[in-house]
Design a protein around this ligand. Sequence first.
Ligand SMILES: [Mg+2]
Length: 279
Amino acid sequence: MSDGQLITKGETELDACLAVFAAAPRAGALLCDIDGTISAIVARPGDAAVSQCFLEALAALTERLGLVAFVTGRTLEDGRRMIPLDGAAYVGTHGLEVMAPGGQIHTEPQTERYIVEVQEVAAAAARDLDCEALGVVLEDKRTVLAIHYRLATDAARTRHEILTKIVEPARGRGLAISTGHFLFEVRPPLPFNKGTATRRLLAGGDYLAGMFCGDDLTDVTGFKSLHEWAARDARRAACAVAAVTAETPSPVIEGADVLVRATPGIYEALTRLLAAVGG
Ligand SMILES: [Mg+2]
């Protein structure tokens, strides 16, 4: 397979950014989503896995770059279970919790008061949705309830059931709702997302090159924070890389500098990054 098929747009932008990574690897920061970006999307989130070739490339990048961070909607524990790399940082539940490269964990303190509410919604979902018949998989992340419906045979009906029985009542009690590929999430109504996490991580070092790889709407906030960070200093270079499939929402495509085929195109971009920093 040729590179041209894997990287479908933004070769020039990618090369320009890699040159800045190459000049000073320790001033390079890689932020990377997990599902749909470095692991294939699967119907049940528990079945997702990061392949050995990605693990090896990411381990080598963690040794060479100033920062490698995995920014995921999964919990911290789950993100680390999928990619157990010492020296990497992890951002869980879309920015509500952060694990620094040294292992220190920071949970946004305001989330605690919403846990009871989110857990009540989780209990209601388990009770009121016929998950088996609707093709729904509930993922209880303590501070966030994810409702996956990729397995639905009648997606419109399943969506309607989720909206009327869970999402609207949750919104009514003041919780926030976010959406993704065949996914609703019930979360605390707090202004933390992958964008705020990206800002925090990039402010934590003297970085000059940044790359954010993602595939879904929640990653667009990360792309935006990366671009804002780069715009504040002319020496900085940034590259937002979108892992694209036929299902990719248009804001993801519009917000990215580089488009690649999910997920082998991300592997190609990471391999080029590794070569640029001497791997
Ligand atoms: Mg994703």
